[in-house]
Design a binder for this molecule. Structure first.
Ligand SMILES: [Zn+2]
Length: 226
């Protein structure tokens, strides 16, 4: 049996186990009927919102630091196929980020950061798509647009000159859904680490006519110098 089939099988079994086994909170692993228990939700709401990072394309925001309880919920989605964990994180993101985002008016489009075809097939779903859809629903916006394609994985940007950096960025993503109208676009992903993926995706959107990009992540890893 190929490793791809095995990976798919084990993800399927994990998803099944998720529906039949006694539930545990993904944040603290205590028994809970919910993806995040009441205490973890309270903890999440009490954490300070990570400050927005200004970027050449606009700004990058995250609802929570990638620590308890968000880390467990992200892992449950990524490795155990638990989509509900992303729904809960997106609801938290809507609560914590969108009042400020919507103060500038509704976006022209909400766009999830796509996975490569192979990774999308292995995982069965893209957390960024689930998060973008949940965010749109929470803010009563039209559904996300899915015209962004990942042409190749975003390479590390560390130590590259400006020319090479731009070549890398322009080659990573492509927008395939006509021209954008110059408005603000919310670009959604599950986790932001260095910001290189957001920068590359934002570059493709702006090449296609987008105005300001508000990059929105459910959780943010502390900057590690890359
Ligand atoms: Zn908990």
């Amino acid at each position: 049996m190929s490793s791809r089939v095995l990976a798919g099988l084990s993800e399927g079994l994990a998803r099944l186990a998720d529906t039949v086994a006694p539930r545990r909170c993904t944040g603290c692993d205590e028994p809970s009927a919910h993806v995040l228990c009441e205490m973890c939700v309270e903890l999440a709401l009490a954490l300070p919102v990570p400050p927005p990072r200004p970027a050449a394309y606009g700004a990058c925001r995250a609802a929570l630091p990638l620590a308890a309880p968000a880390r467990g919920a992200i892992h449950a989605a990524k490795y155990r196929g638990c989509r509900r964990a992303i729904h809960v994180l997106a609801a938290l993101a809507a609560e914590r980020l969108t009042p400020e985002l919507l103060a500038a008016g509704p976006p022209e489009a909400v766009v999830p950061v796509p996975l490569g075809v192979r990774r999308r097939r292995l995982r069965g779903f893209n957390q960024a798509e689930v998060a973008a859809a949940a965010l749109c629903a929470a803010c009563r916006l039209p559904p996300p647009r899915t015209g962004l394609r990942r042409v190749r994985e975003t390479p590390a940007q560390v130590g590259l000159g400006e020319g090479q950096r731009l070549r890398n960025l322009s080659a990573a993503f492509r927008w395939e859904d006509g021209r954008l109208g110059g408005g603000t676009v919310w670009l959604v992903d599950d986790v932001v680490t260095t910001g290189a993926t957001f920068a590359a995706a934002a570059y493709a959107l702006q090449q296609a006519g987008a105005g300001r990009i508000e990059a929105v992540a459910m959780a943010s890893c502390a900057r590690r110098g890359g």
